[in-house]
Design a protein around this ligand. Structure first.
Ligand code: FAD
Length: 587
């Protein structure tokens, strides 16, 4: 089983030194969130993840969730762990105190999401969509529904799901067939089949609150006729107690490559009672509240799995002896593999990506809080545009690099990585879903190039580039070699953005074919931007903690020399266009 130590020191470094968003620091509601409080939370979070949740990863992989006589049973140990998890209040961390939450900012809950993803993604998924459902209900449902459903979801006694996918509709939700028939009392009867529903059924909570998209019988075809409904597994009485079972049954659960402890269900809705959330035919807008925040969390899943893969690779490289290096230190035959240049390169590749991603994610968490809570609408809007721009980037880049890192972790472990004993191949398998669900990474890339670079508020990508320019123009001699290099790649991002802008007017296939490359260029440059922020502090506060900051400076050096150049390769590959791709005859 892989071991795991939560990176609390790095997280506290970010929380204490990189909370540099003035607008975030203006938010009244988070003024009380002190470093001491956050440190206490993270230390407790580390304990529960390292001790209680980590062993569930192997347990879930070896004993997947099963459907027995119409009931879904979670793997051994999940029930006991979930009880402790909710008793300790982890589901309520970032929820509104009005509904029993602890009101912590996303700058803190994102750290918890990362730890939980490192410990066991399968276990995490049972509460992850509850938070998504909480966000969606909180933003779009009536006060009556909020009061009836949110406290139990926040407490973790009830969980949530997101029911979009159907046999013929995955990416293209306009094709959905599930229908909603209005009743005289204003409720709806929902009928149809949903597939691939994460935590669609299980034995951890008393009730499951499904958020289902469906088409009202008098609504138009396509995406313009989709509404969103709250459909509980058990109906809920007026006093909040649980009533009879609703018309929902579990058809089967999927047998999967990874995240085997997570129950991925086929759900059949047979005239199940549901309540409309938000406006009729505007269901996708409401669902996107859930999906956008969820997509960032999926990016964090990739980061969390990368972290545990790195930690175990480093430990293994320090204990495995094979071959001799050019400057061998061995007296009895072989050096530790960590002495080999290629292994060191691979470890630094992981480390520099992971720490840069964590810093970027911390920046994004601050922007997200500003976009949701700042009192000035203009400030909220600007932050919201940056969050929209970066959401597909974080989702796709972090999960794709999660594949690279878990793959490299297997390679460092050699044959012991491929066989099951060390649990490294499980990290690769578990991570493999992250580039697929919540909208595939290619679809995220298309969303980025066609919808996120500019909107009714203007040219968002250039506003982002201007922000980066102003924040990386630093008056510090030591950082100059980094900012000089950075400027070169920022210019490439500007040229690439201009190319996309021009091609959008002339040849959309060129843009589609370039979308994944563009996302990567923007992603690698954005991670470098986060590294510049880290470097700035590292040089300024160097004497406070020399070892820590030396480590940061040298890791950043690796990122700038060996990782950031990929931004240019993606640009060069993309601008060759799409004519050969589109004219090629597949036989
Ligand atoms: C383990 C697991 C858990 C899941 N959990 C949930 C859940 O809780 N709720 C839920 O509703 N769904 C869930 N899903 C479904 C998941 O979100 C979909 O599988 C995913 O969105 C892709 O849809 P699809 O499988 O139908 O693939 P398709 O949409 O058929 O896509 C197939 C391929 O075509 C590409 N493609 C499709 N359209 C385009 C386009 N316009 N441009 C370019 N390329 C395109 C895709 O990128 C992909 O490579 C889950 C799936 C799995 C496997």
């Amino acid at each position: 089983m892989p071991s795991y130590t939560a990176p609390v020191e790095d997280m506290m470094f970010l929380f204490e030194k990189l909370r540099d968003n003035k607008k975030y620091n203006e938010l009244e509601k988070y003024k009380e969130v002190s470093s001491d409080l956050v440190k206490d939370i993270l230390e407790e979070a580390a304990k529960i993840n390292q001790n209680l949740i980590l062993p569930l990863a192997k347990a879930g992989d070896e004993n997947p969730a099963v459907l027995e006589n119409g009931v879904v049973r979670t793997p051994p140990g999940y029930k006991e762990a979930y009880k402790k998890y909710i008793d300790d209040g982890w589901t309520s961390l970032s929820c509104d105190p009005k509904y029993g939450g602890q009101g912590m900012p996303k700058t803190v809950s994102a750290f918890f999401d990362e730890m939980l993803s490192s410990a066991s993604l399968s276990f995490k998924l049972y509460s992850e969509l509850s938070i998504g459902a909480y966000n969606c209900i909180n933003h779009h449902a009536s006060d009556e529904l909020k009061e009836k459903y949110l406290p139990k979801i926040v407490e973790g006694k009830w969980s949530g799901t997101m029911c979009l996918t159907e046999p013929v509709c995955g990416t293209d939700l306009g094709l959905l067939k599930t229908k909603a028939e209005k009743q005289n009392d204003g409720t709806y009867k929902i009928s149809g089949q949903k597939i691939f529903i994460t935590s669609g059924d299980h034995d951890l909570t008393e009730n499951i609150i499904h958020l289902v998209i469906a088409r009202a019988t008098d609504s138009p075809a396509g995406t313009k006729g989709i509404s969103l409904f709250l459909v509980p597994k058990f109906t809920v009485n007026d006093d909040g107690s649980i009533g009879p079972r609703n018309g929902i049954s579990t058809g089967s659960i999927e047998s999967k490559m990874g995240i085997k402890g997570s129950a991925t269900c086929v759900l059949n809705f047979d005239e199940a009672s549901g309540y409309m959330i938000g406006k009729k035919d505007k269901g996708l807008n409401a669902m996107f509240t859930m999906m956008n925040l969820e997509r960032i969390v999926v990016g964090i899943q990739g980061l969390g799995i990368s972290e545990i893969a790195y930690q175990n690779s480093l430990a293994y490289a320090k204990e495995r002896k094979q071959g001799k290096t050019n400057k061998t230190k061995s007296t009895n035959g072989a050096d530790f593999i960590i002495e080999h240049a290629d292994i060191r390169r691979s470890l630094l590749n992981m480390k520099s990506i992971i720490e840069g991603e964590r810093a970027l994610c911390f920046w994004l968490s601050q922007q997200t809080e500003v976009s949701l809570n700042h009192q000035d609408e203009k400030v909220r809007q600007e932050a919201s545009d940056f969050v929209s721009l970066m959401t597909p980037v974080v989702k796709s880049l972090f999960t794709d690099l999660g594949m690279e890192i878990t793959n490299d972790a297997m390679q460092i472990h050699g044959g012991y990585g491929y066989t099951k004993d060390q649990g490294i191949e499980q990290l690769y398998r578990d991570n493999r879903i992250t580039p697929i669900y919540e909208g595939t990474n290619s679809v995220q890339a298309a969303d980025l190039v066609f919808r996120k670079l500019s909107n009714k508020n203007g040219d968002i990508i250039n506003k982002f580039i201007d922000l980066i320019k102003s924040e990386t123009d630093l008056d510090n001699e030591k950082i100059k070699p980094f900012t000089k290099e950075f400027k070169y790649y920022l210019d490439i991002l500007s040229k690439f953005s201009e190319w996309i802008n021009e091609k959008t007017k002339s040849d959309k296939d060129d843009v589609s074919a370039a979308a994944n490359d563009y996302l990567k260029t923007l992603g690698f440059v954005s991670v470098a931007y986060a590294w510049i922020k880290v470097l700035d502090i590292s040089f300024k506060d160097y004497n406070e903690n020399k070892n820590f900051y030396d480590d940061k400076i040298n890791t950043a050096k690796f990122y700038f020399e060996k990782v950031l150049p990929r931004a240019e390769l993606h640009y060069k590959s993309a601008i060759s266009g799409s004519s050969n791709i589109m004219n090629f005859k597949f036989n």
